[in-house]
Design a protein around this ligand. Structure first.
Ligand SMILES: [Fe+2]
Ligand SMILES: [Fe+2]
Length: 177
């Protein structure tokens, strides 16, 4: 079986498989279409992006959304008692942190400011409802930001994250049924 290194066009991380291409990037959740065999991958210019005023403002707003959501999920993973909830919120915190790291690279920031702290509940259902509202807001904003984006790379990231956050929305939707 061939061992393949897949590089994610969205977050730039690599993943080794001995099977087919994964359906999602294990780091940022981007869909299969963004995963490229490292032998065919050229990342020149991926992180050297010219931002106009709108794209810069939206990237700055986006990193704020991702930081807030990552901190909320970290809080929830610590507070809820259900094992499914602990696992779910922990992975969501990781993925949203990865999204924040993508915007950090696009904005050429030295580091991410992990603040302000976010509140969450002990009650799993309450946190699922908060998660649902957060993902809905993110999807709406990222869709608008993708449509408004002038830079194709910024547009691509916003479009990819609309899909990822839609996966996240389904996770809370299924559990709130
Ligand atoms: Fe990725
Ligand atoms: Fe995200």
């Amino acid at each position: 079986m061939a061992v393949t290194v897949w590089v994610c066009k969205i977050c730039g991380e690599a993943y080794i498989t001995t099977t087919d291409k994964p359906a999602r990037c294990p780091f940022c959740g981007a869909y299969e279409k963004y995963l490229i065999d490292s032998k065919d991958y050229d990342d020149t210019g991926d992180w050297d992006v010219e931002l106009n005023e709108t794209d810069k403002a939206n990237a700055e707003k986006a990193i704020g959304v991702e930081i807030s959501n990552a901190l909320f999920y970290k809080c929830s993973a610590k507070k809820v008692k259900e094992i499914d909830g602990i696992k779910l919120f922990k992975i969501l915190a990781k993925v949203e942190s990865e999204h924040a790291a993508v915007w950090k690279k696009i904005l050429k920031l030295d580091k991410i400011k992990w603040e302000p702290a976010e509140n969450c509940e002990i009650d799993y259902k309450a946190d699922l409802k908060d998660s649902h509202a957060r993902e809905e807001r993110a999807i709406k904003f990222y869709g608008e930001a993708a449509a408004a984006a002038e830079n194709p790379r910024v547009k691509e990231i916003f479009q990819a994250f609309v899909e990822v956050e839609t996966d996240h929305l389904k996770l809370s939707e299924e559990r709130l049924k």
